[in-house]
Design a protein. Structure first.
Length: 101
């Protein structure tokens, strides 16, 4: 009976051993390629990041411009604090525009 079980067990375990050997041999290659992917950024990733930053700045400019316009309108109605706020917002807008250039 042992003589029948041993060859059958050897055949069944050979698949497991082959799979294990394959994993052990390819593991260093997978680790190196994953590390290289993590450490490097592609041109498209760089472009996407730059695009996101530009959109954020443009959104900030739009928000500041709307706030400035409201402050100017209140300033024209005689609100001195709004006049100061409008000047302050002008400075913020100039700073954001310098970042873009």
């Amino acid at each position: 009976m042992r003589y029948l079980l041993f060859p059958a067990a050897a055949l069944l375990l050979s698949g497991c051993v082959t799979s294990l050997v394959r994993e052990v041999v390819t593991a260093p290659i997978k680790i190196v390629s994953k590390t290289a992917d993590v450490l490097t950024t592609s041109q498209s990733e760089t472009d996407e990041k730059r695009g996101r930053e530009m959109r954020k700045r443009e959104e900030a400019l739009g928000k500041l411009s709307r706030q400035r316009d409201k402050a100017r309108a209140k300033c024209e109605d005689g609100d001195r604090d709004a006049c100061e706020r409008a000047r302050s917002l002008e400075d913020e807008i100039a700073a954001v525009q310098e970042q873009i250039n």
